[in-house]
Structure formats: structure tokens, C-alpha cells
Design a protein around this ligand. Sequence first.
Ligand SMILES: [Zn+2]
Length: 342
Amino acid sequence: MGPSGMRGDGFDPSSAPPFKISDIRAAIPKHCWVKNVARSLGYVVWDLSVCSVMGRLAVVYLSGWMSVLWPVYWFAQGTMFWALFVLGHDCGHGSFSDHPWLNNVVGHLLHTIILVPYHGWRLSHKTHHNNHGHVENDESWVPLTEEVYNSLETSTRFLRFVLPFPMFAFPLYLWERSPGKEGSHFNPYSKLFSAKDRVDVTISTLCWFTMASLLIYLCSACGTSTVLKLYGIPIWSIFVMWLDTVTYLHHHGHHEKLPWYRGKEWSYLRGGLTTIPHYHLVEATRASKSVMGKYYREPTKCVGPIPFHLIKQLVSSLRQDHFVSNTGDVVFYQSDPHFHKS
Ligand SMILES: [Zn+2]
């Protein structure tokens, strides 16, 4: 597929879809939209219990740095932190329950535990959903234009496409957003937020600093290496990697490249779709496929619980997806043919 996006079978994934968002909504069974407070809370209790039991087992049975089981613990605990994040994401979208106060309380609890400022991230995430796939206005993983790409130092390109540093950059993104964009998720006066959001953002930032202070206290009480082993490593290496990998792939596609839009070519439907409680997503997705046809994109999955197929997609995308054209209302990622030779 060239930069135009036309595939061998004549289908152009960047062409305007023949269906409306209301058609997709109509195809999704009614019960998928229903939020069940008890069920949502059940997931919270279950996930928090699993996290604490695993932490407790690690304290009791693993000592020093030498146990071969530490990487197993880090992977499992980091994945559970990702599960907490997903539940907090539901809260942020209001798909956790119909009670805004409950969504906010639970969202703060879950996201503060994993050092995400709840309202700050929720609000910028809303900007992302409202602009998904827009070259300039999307909030995360916006593509580099060819001009910006050419201006990058070789070391920056290495960091971005080879290491790959962006897969671990979420904490940095929270502090100062993506390269080329200004504002911090912690600053209520940041460009990310409007005046009416300031109190909310302040509350979440205070929660974040409370958690950070607790961690500093635990470092002095139990030792920095204990806090790193039980919490720091699974958060930084596994949870952040999950988050960045999933969001990266949402913005880059897999065997087919995703189109990016500018100006009038962008529309809410072409840029992204809707949100439903996570426990109904599989069924809702299945129902929406019949309407979306070839516009529905899903990688071929590998067998087993660990999604190794995503790693393959990620590596090949990092090798190939370097920049988009400086101009044009519908653009696709292109490769720098010299990059891997230099
Ligand atoms: Zn979302």
C-alpha cells in the first residue's frame, strides 16, 4: 500500500464510510449500553484484591533481587495496574456508572494508585477522543510531518524509533505533553484545560502528590529497593509499556496503515468511535463489525493469553512509520528509506 492508502483489492480505507455513527449505535444491542454499578464495583474490588494479594506474596516469598520469580511478579502486577487504569478510564468516560460522583471517587482511587492525575488525564483524553486521527489536533501519538522529521537529530530518531523510548514516555507525557505541544496535566492553568476545569484538576493533582508523598515515606520506612521491586518496576516497565503500546497501535494500525486527516476531511466518525462499559465491549464490537465491514480493523491474534502478535506489529510499525506528508487532507505514514542504513 503506497502513501495514497489504496489497497490491492480496490478498498481505500481513507474513503468516507458509507455508514453513520447512528448506524453503528443502532447495531449494538441495547443491554450493552447499560451500566451495572454492582458489576463495575465488583471489578474494582477484585482487581484491588489481586494487586494486594500478589504484593503480599512477593513480600513473604521473594527476597533480595535474585529470585527468578521477580520478573514474573513484575509482569503480573504491571498488568493488574493496567487493569486498574482501564477501570479508571471507564470512570472518566462515565461508562462506569450513571453517578458522576461515584465515577469521580472510584476514578481518583484507581488512577491515584498508579500515579495518573485522574481529571487531568480524563480531560486531555476527551480531547483525544474528540480529535482522534486528526494530524494536528489529536492529543496522543500525533504523527511527525516530513519537515519536522527531517529536522530531528539522529540521536532523537534513534531514541524515538529504535530504543523505543516513547513506549515508556507516559509519565513524561503527563508532565509536559507530547513534543510540539505545551501544557502539563498537573497544572490547572495549563492550555489543556478550560477555566471551569481548574478545581477538578487541582483536586487530582493534590491526590497525585499525596500518593507520591506516601511512596517517599515508604522508601524511607521500608527501603527504596523494596518500593522499587514491589511498585516502581511494574508501574514503569509493564503498566506504562501496556498503556503506550495499546495507544500507539490505536494510532498506527497493524498490517494496514491508518489514515490521518487534516482540515475538512476529518470527522468524528472517521476519526474514532464510541465508548461502552468494558465488560460489554466484546459483544458491542462484534455487533458493530457488521455495519463497519472493511472499515473495522483488527490484527490477527496469536494463540494464548499473552498478545505476542502486538509486539510484532509494534516492532514493524516502529521500523516503517516515520512521518506523514507536510500537506494533504488525508495522509498515511511513510518510511524514511535511509533510516535503517544510517
Ligand atoms: Zn477512551
